[in-house]
Design a protein around this ligand. Structure first.
Ligand code: HEM
Ligand code: HEM
Length: 124
């Protein structure tokens, strides 16, 4: 595995480790206030990123395209803004970053949908 697929899988493992450590801190402290940030770090960081990595590994030609790189870039940026944003929103500080991160995240999924839907064009 190399390139974009490798980036996605390594990112997923790092997000998974961070999400689990986050979960253990919540469990140990009996303070589950930030559960939603934990849940989305694991589900978007670990699970979704791993799925993206496996897709790009299975369809290497798709991974070489500019659309794929933009998809992974937007998704990564969205995650980095959304997770702290959700924590800030839950803590009642501000909702701006959660909204911005969410919009980038959904844009990322839209780009992935476009990449998958037109995948046959690069796998001739
Ligand atoms: C060492 C690993 C983990 C620990 C210690 C942990 C711990 C926790 C804790 C303490 C909660 C709060 C439960 C509550 O208040 O009801 C929670 C919620 C949650 N966790 Fe984890 N977690 C871990 C890994 C994961 C992973 C790998 C995922 C997803 C792939 C995940 C997804 C979720 C979700 C979706 C919720 C929200 C559940 C709900 O809506 O009731 N967690 N976790
Ligand atoms: C733009 C992206 C997303 C937005 C704006 C969003 C928003 C939300 C909101 C507002 C909640 C309710 C939180 C609460 O009751 O305090 C929630 C819960 C949840 N979401 Fe998402 N979500 C997104 C993406 C995802 C994705 C991609 C997954 C799974 C792969 C996911 C899985 C869950 C789960 C399991 C819960 C219940 C656990 C919890 O309350 O934290 N979400 N989401």
């Amino acid at each position: 595995m190399r390139g974009l697929a490798y980036f996605c899988i390594v990112s997923a493992a790092v997000y998974g480790l961070a999400g689990m450590a986050f979960g253990m801190v919540m469990a140990a402290s009996h303070d589950h206030t930030l559960m939603t940030a934990h849940a989305h770090l694991n589900l978007m960081g670990w699970v979704s990123m791993a799925i993206y990595g496996l897709y790009y590994h299975s369809v290497p030609a798709a991974a070489e395209t500019r659309l794929a790189k933009i998809h992974v870039g937007v998704t990564t940026l969205g995650l980095w803004i959304m997770i702290p944003g959700v924590a800030m929103a839950v803590l009642g500080m501000t909702e701006g970053p959660a909204i911005a991160g969410s919009l980038l995240t959904i844009l990322g999924m839209l780009l992935f949908a476009a990449r998958v839907a037109t995948g046959h064009r690069v796998v001739a």
